[in-house]
Each structure stands twice: as structure tokens, then as C-alpha cells.
Design a protein around this ligand. Structure first.
Ligand code: UDP
Ligand code: MG
Length: 338
């Protein structure tokens, strides 16, 4: 028996939702069917990420002391919605999962068992991504490889956001103030004792995926540039290499001239070299620009999300202020309560 198993586990399930009117009731029914037999005191924190359908109505219908509903003032994206949910989750353990049942609630008893045995982070490992298209599988694999090669933070190649975190981990994550939020990296950054539970990713229970390849590309760039400075360092090496190559070429030209040999001629090769070097320079400026735009966003320190409704009767607009962990006085008060 560990010390942890002696305390009353309280679980918060944080669920971002965007245009998911059909999925909400199915999700709640399934979650209750899985968690009730466990005898765990749990709450669900839904974050309506600016839905344009009647998702907010569906959430109101489901509202209970156990089901808390937050509403953002517009669509801020899943990463911001998750951040809001973590700010308001009160549990000693917090699970983040999607509403479409692609993250199976059936795994939660095993997550809880491992947590009670002393594991701080339990994530669902996708052992089979058959429900994704081949193109999505390939892009995901390539991205994870590139990320892990470039970044000091390691993210497991088979992990999504679906995971259980101990309160200690959640508090570290809440203390990370960055505006540009790549959640897979942010959730992996704290470390702690980690275990995984394999599962087969199923197709969506209802509705459509909210991701276009364009937003996945933007998310991927966010991940790479927020968690690694190596792309900046490359230009120093590349510049040195170019200078070395240019110097060798010049030396060769001088030696040939000294020997009275004909100068190498060629307008075409000269033009080729100029165009390639111009491209390298523009690329370098582009990479610097990627970092600069992120510095610009961080310096402005705008709120990560704006809350339109925090689910309490006296719902007022509350804004997560700069600094990362002063989301609302209510969240602060609720933090230590069971
Ligand atoms: N989601 C969100 N805001 C968005 C896009 C998605 O809160 O702007 C939610 C969505 O409702 C779902 C989860 O994030 O609960 C995962 O979205 P989706 O199933 O579309 O992603 P996929 O499983 O295709 O990666
Ligand atoms: Mg999904």
C-alpha cells in the first residue's frame, strides 16, 4: 500500500468541446457507466470552445453538481480550452480527454489504478491508429520524429493529449505561462513518474473532426519552434560551411591563376550559386521570423482564453491574466477542495 492509496481520490475529467452537440450526451452516459462502478468521486469540466451549434444548450441540459460547464467567448482552439479546463479542475487527479469517445473512457479505471499505485502521469498510448488516414499517420510519425530530434522535451510518439495527471503535475502545467500553447509538449515537459496504457483508437462516435491539415501544420510549427532553439543554431553552422566552401574555391582560383592556367569561366554556375545563396539567406530570415513572431506574441501577454461563463450563477467575464495561474479567484479557491 502506498501513501497515495490512503487518500480519497477525486477525479476531474476535463473535456474541450467545439460544435459537439451530438457527442455530449453519449459521452456523459459512457463516462458514468465506466466511473460509477469505480466508486470514485469525480467531476466533469466541459469547456465550450466558442461552439456555433447548440453545444452550450446540450451542456446546460447536462449541468449538475458533478458537471461543470465553462464557456469561452469565442473559438480559441483546443489548446486554450484545455488550459481553461485545467485552471478550473478541482480533483487530486485530472484527466484530459476528447468528447468524441476516440479516447475510450474504459481506460479510466486502469489509469486510476496506476495513479493510486503512485504513478503521476498515465497516458493512453495509441497502439493502432487504423482509424486515422494513412496520410495522417505518416504526418504524425514524421512530426514526432522531428520534434524528438530537435527538442530537449521528449514526447512519446504514441501519445495524444489523453492522459491522467496528478495534482502536482497539473500545478506545474498551470504555472507555465506561455501564450503559444503546444499542449503535447507542455503536458510532457514536467516529467514525473509516467506510465502508459495501450489502446486502439476508434473512429469518432459522432460529428466530424475539427482539424484541417492547415491547422495541424500550424500546430506542428508551434510545437517545433516553441520547444527547440536548434533551428536557430543551424544558421551559424551553415554560414561557417558556406564561408569555408567559398574560401576553398577562391584559393583554387588563385592557385590556377598563379600557374598561368585559364580562369574557370561560367555565367550559369555563378548565377546558380547566387540564387542558392539568396534562398539560404531568405530561409534563414524566415526561421528567425518564426521565433520573432513568437516573442512578439509572448511579449504582448494577451490572455490565453476569455471566459464568457464560468458555470456559476453569478457568471461574470473572467480573464486569465498574465502570469499563468491567476485564472479566477474561484478556480484558486477550488484548487484545494475535494
Ligand atoms: N476541439 C476544441 N476546439 C477546437 C477544435 C476541437 O475544443 O477548436 C475539441 C473537440 O470538440 C474534441 C477535441 O477537441 O473534443 C478533439 O477534436 P477532434 O476530435 O476534432 O480532433 P481529432 O480527434 O480529429 O484529432
Ligand atoms: Mg477526435
Amino acid at each position: 500500500m502506498t501513501a497515495r492509496s490512503t487518500r480519497q481520490p477525486t477525479l476531474s475529467v476535463v473535456v474541450p468541446v467545439f460544435n459537439e452537440v451530438a457527442a455530449v450526451p453519449v459521452f456523459l452516459e459512457k463516462l458514468d457507466a465506466v466511473l460509477s462502478p469505480c466508486g470514485v468521486a469525480y467531476e466533469v469540466v466541459f469547456v465550450d470552445d466558442g461552439s456555433e451549434d447548440d453545444t452550450w444548450g446540450a451542456l446546460q441540459a447536462a449541468r449538475s453538481p458533478q458537471v461543470r460547464c465553462l464557456r469561452l467567448s469565442r473559438n480559441f482552439g483546443k489548446e486554450a480550452a484545455l488550459t481553461a479546463g485545467l485552471d478550473f479542475a478541482a480533483g487530486q487527479a485530472v484527466v484530459v480527454m476528447d468528447v468524441d469517445l476516440q479516447d475510450p473512457p474504459e481506460l479510466l479505471p486502469e489509469f486510476l489504478r496506476l495513479w493510486e499505485a503512485g504513478v503521476d502521469v498515465v497516458y493512453g498510448a495509441r497502439s493502432d491508429r487504423a482509424s486515422d488516414t494513412r496520410r495522417k499517420r505518416w504526418t504524425a510519425r514524421t512530426f514526432y520524429r522531428a520534434f524528438n530530434a530537435l527538442s530537449d522535451t521528449r514526447i512519446p510518439t504514441d501519445a495524444g493529449d489523453f492522459r491522467l495527471m496528478d495534482r502536482a503535475v497539473v500545478d506545474v502545467v498551470r504555472g507555465m505561462p506561455e501564450r503559444s500553447r503546444f499542449m503535447k509538449g507542455i503536458l510532457s515537459w514536467p516529467g514525473f513518474r509516467t506510465a502508459s496504457v495501450p489502446y486502439v483508437r476508434r473512429p469518432r462516435a459522432a460529428g466530424d473532426t475539427k482539424w484541417a491539415y492547415r491547422s495541424l501544420w500550424a500546430l506542428g510549427l508551434d510545437g517545433l519552434f516553441n520547444f527547440s532553439s536548434k533551428p536557430l543554431r543551424v544558421w551559424g553552422y551553415l554560414g561557417s560551411l558556406t564561408i569555408a566552401m567559398g574560401s576553398c574555391f577562391m584559393a583554387l582560383v588563385l592557385v590556377l591563376a598563379g600557374l598561368g592556367q585559364r580562369q574557370p569561366s561560367g555565367y550559369a554556375s555563378l548565377l546558380g550559386a547566387v540564387i542558392i545563396l539568396a534562398g539560404v539567406q531568405i530561409l534563414g530570415i524566415g526561421i528567425v521570423g518564426e521565433y520573432l513572431s513568437r516573442v512578439f506574441i509572448e511579449v504582448k501577454a494577451r490572455p490565453i482564453y476569455v471566459l464568457q461563463d464560468d458555470g456559476t450563477p453569478a457568471a461574470a467575464r473572467r480573464v486569465r491574466s498574465a502570469g499563468g495561474n491567476s485564472s479566477s479567484s474561484d478556480a484558486g479557491r477550488r484548487r484545494g477542495s475535494p
